[in-house]
Design a protein around this ligand. Structure first.
Ligand code: PMP
Ligand code: GLU
Length: 394
């Protein structure tokens, strides 16, 4: 018997997490898989952050926290937003959640009514449309391609907005493309948004610090936009803290209050110990962020060079995050490694089962001609993965 709710039946599982699980399964069978599927730093959480968590255990930070997070953590987040983004927020505009993922989902569920349109540029992070669907909303995609570095233009945005548009979800630096919107590009998109009263923005800035071209720009810094925007960020990527599950929104008070009400009925405040660790991450020595950024930049250069040498793959130079998003459609309709390739799922499955490299098919990101490789792994793994891919594609 299966009596799952319609809400759940309309939901698909996370393709990134599914591919990662599949890769772990093959590994458990003794197959030597290079895993470039899930996007998470391969670094350990820095010691000073771990120390703060150990101290928090001994000091008995073991009870429920306030639903939107500890007061001192919210203050530290306001200080971070001031220091790094020149954005002014009060602590009651911050809601700390179980990762940026819950922060985004809180905001979507708090804002979207059934039938509301949610504009999501494609390629998109796999969870955005699913969250919109969960809220009863209608995802509206704006397609982009590698030729324009996967960025939408103001006129594309203007065309996509209708009287039903409630929300736009932007991600810069982007997962899965690594593209970054400049301050000027965000200003141009903002002029369109500001001409449509009532249209709100979720700005996912979780990859803020993985930027290889210069200063991070937040759309909330464009005059008039802060009142319309929920800025999302967290410690997962910048501080190698994916398992700690701490993210936040910084938003207009009414929006933050809504997210806090939802969270209070749903999960309560996030882990007390993780919040103490996150406080140390934002307040402590920041040099680990730059050390990891430089490592990712070096790996980006390596993977761009190696992938660029493989005929049939079209590659751009991603400006941030830790993903390469090559176009693989030149292989569609061909037989590779003994497999017939009709789409990017076939392509990614062939890479996994024949070359033993785990990637994620572009379909899940709304870009069926592409596939995603996470280069948040060692230089040796990157070199070996690309050697295997080159061999099977030869
Ligand atoms: N947004 C994007 C674009 C991501 O890639 C991720 C990583 N899964 C998240 C949000 C969620 O981050 P967290 O691990 O903090 O929930
Ligand atoms: N952000 C990562 C990814 O896209 C983590 C997996 C997930 O949360 O979907 O691979």
């Amino acid at each position: 018997m299966n009596t799952l709710s319609n809400r759940l039946l309309s939901l698909s599982p996370s393709a990134t997490l599914a591919m990662s699980a599949k890769s772990a399964e093959l590994k458990a069978q003794g197959i030597d898989v290079v895993n470039m599927s899930v996007g998470e730093p391969d670094f350990d959480t820095p010691d000073y952050i771990k120390q703060a968590a150990k101290k928090a255990v001994d000091e008995n930070w073991t009870r429920y926290s306030p639903v939107p997070g500890y007061a001192d953590l919210k203050k530290a987040i306001c200080a971070k937003l001031r220091r790094e983004n020149a954005l002014e927020y009060e602590p009651d505009q911050i809601v700390v959640s179980n990762g940026a993922k819950q922060a985004i989902c809180n905001a979507v569920l708090s804002l979207v009514n059934p039938g509301d349109e949610v504009i999501i540029p494609a390629p998109y992070w796999v969870s955005y449309p699913q969250m919109a669907i969960l809220a009863g909303g209608v995802p509206v995609h704006i397609p982009t391609a590698i030729e324009n570095d996967f960025k939408i233009t103001p006129s594309q945005l203007e065309e996509a907005i209708t009287p039903k548009t409630k929300l736009i979800i932007l991600c810069s630096p982007s997962n899965p493309t690594g593209s970054i919107y400049s301050a000027k590009e965000l200003e141009d998109l903002s002029s369109v948004i500001l001409s449509h009263p009532g249209v709100l923005v979720i700005s996912d800035e979780i990859y803020e610090h993985l930027n290889y071209v210069g200063a991070h720009a937040s759309i909330a810094a464009v005059p008039g936009m802060q009142e319309r925007t929920a800025v999302v960020n967290g410690v997962s990527k910048a501080y190698a803290m994916t398992g700690w599950r701490i993210g936040f929104i910084a938003a207009p008070k009414w929006m933050a209050k809504g997210c806090s009400t939802l969270q209070g009925q749903y999960t309560s405040g996030p882990s007390s110990l993780s919040q103490r660790a996150a406080l140390e991450a934002w307040e402590g020595d920041q040099s680990c962020v730059e050390t990891m950024r430089l490592a990712f930049q070096r790996r980006r250069d390596l993977i761009v060079r190696l992938a660029g040498e493989i005929p049939g793959l079209e590659v751009n130079v991603p400006q941030g995050a830790f993903y390469l998003f090559p176009k693989c459609s030149s292989y569609f309709g061909k037989t590779v490694g003994g497999r017939r390739i009709e789409n990017s799922t076939d392509f990614a499955m062939m890479l996994l089962e024949v070359a033993h490299v785990a990637t994620v098919a572009g379909d899940a990101f709304g870009a069926p001609e592409y596939f995603r490789m996470s280069y948040a792994t060692s230089d040796e793994n990157i070199t070996e993965a690309l050697r295997r891919i080159a061999e099977v594609l030869r």
